[in-house]
Each structure stands twice: as C-alpha cells, then as structure tokens.
Design a protein around this ligand. Structure first.
Ligand code: HEC
Length: 487
C-alpha cells in the first residue's frame, strides 16, 4: 500500500462544474457585499453633510436606502455568504483548508467587524429621527468603518489566493507575509473604488423612488452619482495597477483571452475591452443621473443593477478566478486540490512526485477499493474517476458543458494514443502555464485517455454510463471493457 494523501472526495457537478456553482453564488454575494460597503461610505458622507448643513431631509434617503440594504444586501448577503462557505468547502476543500490555516485570526477579526456592521445597519435604520443627530452620526461612521474593515480583511485573503508575490511567505509561513502580499493594495484600491460604483447604481433605485418634486432627489441623486463616477474612474486606474501586480501565469491567461481581432496589442489595454463596454454604459448612466436626477425611473435603475451584476461583476469575478489558474490558493494548492509546491515555512510538501510514482488512484484517500488498480475491465470507470479528480475542477466532462468542456478542447478526438500523448507530454511536464502539472503513471494515463476518447466517441457519457445507441464495433469494444455502470 502506498502512502495516502488527504484528498477529499470530489464534488462533481454535471455541465457547469462546481466552479460555476461557486461563481454564481459568489457573484451575487459580491454585488450584495460591495454595495453594502459602498453604501456605508455614502451614508457617512451624506449624513455628515446633513448634520453640518442641517438638512434632516437627507436622512429620509439614508433611511430608505438602509432599509433597502437590510432587505437586499443583508438577506442576499447572508444567504450567499454561508452559500460560498458550503460550496467552496465541498468544491475545494484543500483550498479552504489552506486559507483557514493561514488566516484563522484574520477571519475571526473579520467576523467581529461583520457583527458590528450588521448591528450597525439595524441601529442606523431604526434610530433615525429617534436619537440626537450627532449620536446617530457616530453610529453611521461606526457602520462605515467596520464595513470597510471587513472588506480590507477579505481582500487580504483574496489577494493571497492569487499569489504571495515573493518567495518570502513560502519560507516564513507568516500570516503577515501572506496578508500583505504584492497584489493586496492594488486589489483593495480597485474594490474600494468599484464598490462606490455598485452603491451608486443600486442607490439610484432609491433616488428614482423619491417623488419628482422633492428637492432631495436632486441633492442625493447628484452625490450618489458623483461618488459612483469617481469609483468608476478610480477603478479603471486601479485596474492598471492591479494588472501590474499579477503573477506570470495570470498574464498569460489575460493575453490569451484577447479577442483575436486585437492582434498583439498590449494586454493592459485589451483585457480592459470586455469590461470596458459595461463600464461605459454604467458611466453614461451615472452621468445621466448626475445631470438629470429628475428623469431616472425605478425600472431603469433596477435594470442597470442587473446589467452591473451580469455584465460587470460576473465577468470580472470570472476573469479573476480564471487568471489564478492553475492554482486555487497561494500558488501552492492547485485547483484540483493537489499540492504542487513545497512550502517549507509550513512544512508542506509537493505531492506531484508521489502521484507520479504511485498514481492518483493509489494515493488519494477516497477511491473505491476496486478502482485502485487499473485493469482492462475497470479502465473506463477508473479513467472517469481520474477525470473527475484531476480535471473536473476546471473542465466540464460533458461535450456541451459550460465550463471549458474537455471533449471540445480535445477537439473530439477518439484517438487514445493522441490523448495519452498530451497527458504524458505537456501535462506531465507542467509546461502549460494555466494547467496543473499532472504526472500520472502510464496505466492511469491510459485509463484517463480511454475514458476521454470514449466520451468523444459517444460510447459513454460524462457520468460514465454506456450509451446504448452505438455502432456494433464500438459496442463490442465497450463490452470487452465490461459495462462501467449498470443502468
Ligand atoms: C487548474 C485548472 C485546470 C485543471 C485541473 C485542468 N485544466 Fe485543462 N485547461 C485549463 C485551462 C484554463 C485551459 C485553457 C482553456 C481555454 O483555452 O479555454 C485548459 C485547456 C486544456 C486543453 C486544451 C489544450 C490547451 O493546452 O489549451 C486540454 C486538452 C486540457 N485542458 C486537458 C486537461 C485534462 C485532461 C485535465 C485533467 C488531467 C486538465 N486539463 C486539468 C485548466 C485546467
């Protein structure tokens, strides 16, 4: 029996992959949480003016927006926040474990700030007009400061996921080296700016709900839109800085994602293109709210929020996740959960050599006993398990799957030897910058290649079920391998 590595069972989601499940939940969460933090800053600024210039009517807007946040951000945020934890824990248990081991106290502090934030938003909404304005202003600033603090801590963790940025952390394993990584300040700047934009777009719904004749509509509409525009311009500048702090693999993926008609233009400009259109639309909208606050309507503002979610936050978060490939955390845990580099500071060892020597089926803890050794009879089933464990975190196994479907990337080839050549070549040598180094022994390569070829040939589906309607020849071939699932 070879040495076991503590890989958890894989969570396989047909078609969209576990990555999209996390992505969809995460995107909604980002809208809810960024809007809340941005709105907290907006409230603090507006209320400071309300108190200074004695304009209590501004408080009505804050109360309305605060109530909206309670229903919108805090309900959706509270549903999707634990949703992120649940989904990442099953989709990427090793990644989560890595982050918890590094950041347990950072997260504990974040929860303290978060608790203050939640109490703060309730206190803020329900005490307006009931307590003295200066005391209320203190509550609002406490809410704003604790909201920003949660953002700062989360960005430290998120940016470490991208990479520590130097060799130092690998040697020290120190939480401070992890937290204050190269990508941290740039990502923080970008998120701080863009959260103002989120808060402004969502806030325009409340502006639109203020009766037309009310002068407050103009007053708060302009401030809200102005802050959102600052966020957009600042966010664009911070994005340039952010790109300059990315690891080499991320830059390869960024430049790879360029539309071909852009030729060899500098990636800093071209990666901006997919999101630029959204930025222009949102920018034009906010400018319009700024200039003509009287004309904004609730359906339009709500539609802009949906556009921001689907055409802004979703592609932005997806790009960030994609750029991080092949790693899920700190450039030492691969997305497929295998540890791909030594971290002497934490006594963590690279597991790729062990897998290359003994194979994944023999070393992963949760493998059915009858699949540990590849035989002609279990080859397809073993191959499917290998695909689920080694590839499905980043690739759909379905032909028309949404997440980089393997059959399409393999160009539908049914040539087992050719697929095995890919597994034995670039993949085993780790020469593809966006894919993990996956070195498997020859028998496992053959099993994986046979399964992928069989999916391409249409003789089995991604679940590993034999497909009945096959030509006589492939049917016989499949039968010789024995049916890999009996339904
Ligand atoms: C960490 C994520 C990740 C894992 C795990 C992963 N891949 Fe990939 N793979 C990618 C990305 C990203 C691409 C680029 C896809 C694109 O161009 O849209 C890719 C592309 C490919 C391609 C197309 C050729 C190329 O070089 O672009 C093949 C074939 C492929 N992967 C096979 C596999 C196989 C087989 C496995 C499992 C043994 C696997 N991949 C595991 C991320 C991954």
């Amino acid at each position: 029996m070879s040495e076991l590595i503590g890989l958890y069972p894989s969570w396989y989601v047909p078609q969209i992959g576990s990555a999209w499940v996390m992505g969809i939940i995460g995107t909604i969460h980002v809208l809810a949480s960024n809007t809340s933090v941005g709105a907290a800053v907006l409230f603090a600024l507006l209320e400071t003016r309300a108190v200074r210039d004695n304009k209590p009517e501004i408080m009505q807007y804050i109360r309305k927006y605060g109530m909206f946040l309670l229903v919108f951000s805090y309900i959706w945020g509270s549903v999707t926040g634990p949703g992120i934890w649940y989904s990442i824990t099953v989709a990427s248990p090793r990644g989560v474990s890595a982050l918890i081991h590094n950041f347990v106290w950072a997260w504990a502090s974040e929860w303290v700030f978060f608790t203050v934030e939640v109490i703060g938003v309730y206190a803020l909404v329900y005490t307006i007009g009931k307590i003295d304005p200066r005391t209320h202003l203190k509550i609002t600033w406490t809410f704003a400061v604790s909201s920003v603090a949660t953002m700062v801590i989360i960005v430290g963790i998120l940016s470490f996921m991208m990479w520590p940025g130097s060799d130092r952390w690998y040697l020290t394993g120190s939480v401070f080296d992890a937290f204050f990584n190269l990508n941290f300040a740039a990502q923080l700047a970008e998120r701080m700016f863009l959260m103002l934009t989120s808060a402004a777009v969502v806030g325009s719904i409340i502006v639109a709900a203020i009766p037309r004749g009310n002068p407050m509509r103009r007053e708060v509409g302009r401030t809200t839109a102005f802050l959102g525009l600052i966020g957009l311009v600042g966010g664009a500048l911070a994005f340039m800085w952010y790109v300059a702090t990315l690891p080499p693999n991320a830059l390869v993926i960024l430049s790879d994602r360029l539309p071909h008609w852009f030729g060899q233009t500098d990636f800093r400009i071209t990666t901006f293109v997919p999101l630029a259109a959204t930025s222009v639309i949102v920018g034009a909208y906010l400018l319009w709210v700024y200039l003509r606050p009287a004309t904004v309507t609730v359906p339009l503002a709500a539609a802009m929020t949906v556009i921001l979610l689907i055409a802004g936050i979703w592609p932005e978060e997806r790009t960030r996740e994609t750029m991080r490939k092949p790693w899920v955390a700190g450039q030492y845990v691969y997305s497929n959960q295998i540890i791909g580099r030594d971290v002497p500071g934490l006594d963590i060892q690279n597991q790729v050599p062990l897998i290359a020597k003994d194979g994944l089926l023999k070393t992963a803890a949760f493998v059915p006993a009858d699949l540990r050794i590849v035989t002609p009879a279990n080859r397809l089933q073993a191959g499917r398990l290998l695909a689920v464990m080694a590839c499905s975190n980043c690739h759909s196994l379905d032909r028309d799957g949404a997440l980089r479907p393997l059959p399409r990337l393999l160009q539908g080839t049914t040539d087992v030897a050719m697929i095995q050549g890919f597994l034995a070549g670039p993949l085993a040598h780790g020469t593809v910058p966006y894919m993990p180094k996956i070195a498997l022994p020859a028998d496992e390569q053959l099993a994986l290649a046979s399964f992928l070829a069989a999916v391409n040939a249409g003789t089995v589906d991604a679940e590993g079920r034999l497909i009945a309607r096959t030509s006589a020849a492939t049917h016989v071939a499949a039968r010789q391998h024995s049916p890999i699932a009996k339904d």
